[in-house]
Design a protein around this ligand. Structure first.
Ligand SMILES: [Zn+2]
Length: 397
């Protein structure tokens, strides 16, 4: 729980009985922490001063040594939860390491509430690998990256849809992550945590995404360059901005970032930061708790003997094995699902995306928007609430 984690870094606020509510957690905790007896040092400075793009970089340093984390928001100015969350993260107290935050990376875009800012270009395509960033703003931001040599880079975004099939900007709830085993494990943990504790059943679940390969569009992303040029673990977080209020999206993003940086900035053993070290023995207990959570999840999913079996039939038949054309519509039929229990009650489809159930119905039509490979999943729920899942890939190749 986020609240457990908060207790480690805002003990004062909790003891004082401050109103830390689930919904307003990012705001409340940050304010309380700033008032607290902090052992961090804080600094901020403006970059690109005197240009249209001037913006503030916040640095928070703990007394205890540790990794450096860079959190960026506002690369796209219309993705509000990204910079709202980053502005709160800039105020976080940390137990170890260094937290560098650029909440409004593209300040004119944030002002205009647009994807692009004064220079009219998509900032998140201006960071080619192995060469200089392509705009004045991108170079200014990259200089901050180079100065700080972050071990972890997190870029906060939002998406207006989950149908676009674009692997970065049209996918809704996702954590895209660089390839290292550490980044993969951490992202999976964050996804499990936010889905398990904070995402309602009716909301689209977060999923893990891969970065596009080098040379494959979209390219020139800040997170790509950070991992490929500097070997940082990098994450791009997307919340779905439609259908959910800002407070919920900020909470999701805060929880995700907190989980992604937990080992780096909030290590279990809190060395030499004034909070005492008597908590060390709790470490085993806490990890045991986490194991329990995962076991519980697995058991729920593993209840296979009573679960229905989902199956997808396509019209044209065998569409998953055929090359499809952009513009072509395929009808998907889930009624061949079987259940050992009562009847199937719900057919939920995740179109172009794993596990985000964005359509319902026994049959649905899916139109191939453009060249590419698209994942479509089906989850069937029977009268007992047992579920079965399957997935097919529709491809133009
Ligand atoms: Zn974006």
């Amino acid at each position: 729980m986020l609240r457990d984690t908060l207790s480690r870094r805002s003990t004062l606020a909790l003891v004082a009985g401050s109103a830390i509510t689930g919904a307003g957690i990012a705001t409340t905790s940050a304010d309380d922490e700033v008032d607290g007896d902090e052992s961090v040092s804080r600094d901020s400075h403006v970059i690109l001063e005197g240009t249209d793009h001037e913006t503030t970089v916040y640095t928070t340093e703990a007394q205890a040594d540790g990794p450096t984390v860079l959190v960026v928001g506002g690369v796209h100015g219309n993705e509000v939860a990204g910079y709202a969350t980053a502005n709160e993260i800039a105020k976080w107290a940390i137990d170890a390491g260094t937290l560098v935050t650029i909440p409004e990376a593209n300040a004119t875009a944030v002002d205009q509430q647009g994807r692009a800012g004064a220079d009219g270009v998509d900032l998140n395509r201006q960071f080619p690998e192995s060469s200089e960033p392509q705009t004045e703003l991108a170079r200014g931001l990259w200089d901050v990256v180079l100065e700080n040599e972050p071990d972890i880079v997190i870029d906060l975004h939002e998406s207006t849809g989950i149908y676009a099939g674009d692997p970065v900007d049209g996918v809704g709830q996702a954590i895209f992550r660089s390839n290292s085993p550490d980044a993969t494990t951490t992202a999976q943990d964050a996804v499990d945590h936010v889905n398990g504790e904070y995402v309602d059943e009716s909301d689209p679940l977060f999923e893990i995404g891969n970065f596009t390969r080098s040379g494959v569009e979209p390219s020139g992303l800040l997170v790509h360059k950070a991992t490929r040029d500097l070997d940082a673990d990098a994450f791009l977080v997307e919340t779905l901005s439609t259908d959910h209020d800002l407070e919920t999206r900020v909470e999701w993003q805060s929880v995700i970032v907190e989980r992604l940086v937990e080992d780096a900035l909030f290590p279990e053993e809190e060395p030499d930061n004034g909070h005492g070290s008597g908590d060390d023995i709790d470490e085993d207990e806490e990890s045991a708790d986490e194991d329990d959570e995962f076991t519980e999840d697995e058991q729920t999913d593993d209840d296979a003997s009573d679960s229905p079996t989902a199956e997808i039939e396509t019209d044209p038949a065998g569409a998953k094995d055929h090359s499809l054309e952009p513009g072509q519509t395929v009808t998907l039929d889930g009624t061949c699902a079987e259940t050992p229990n009562e009847a199937i009650e719900a057919y939920e489809w995740s179109v172009y995306s794993a596990d985000q159930y964005n359509k319902t119905g026994e049959t649905i039509d899916v139109t191939i928007a453009k060249d590419g490979e698209y994942s479509v999943g089906l989850r069937v729920v029977d009268e007992t609430g047992a579920t079965g899942k399957t997935k097919i890939t529709l491809s133009t190749e």
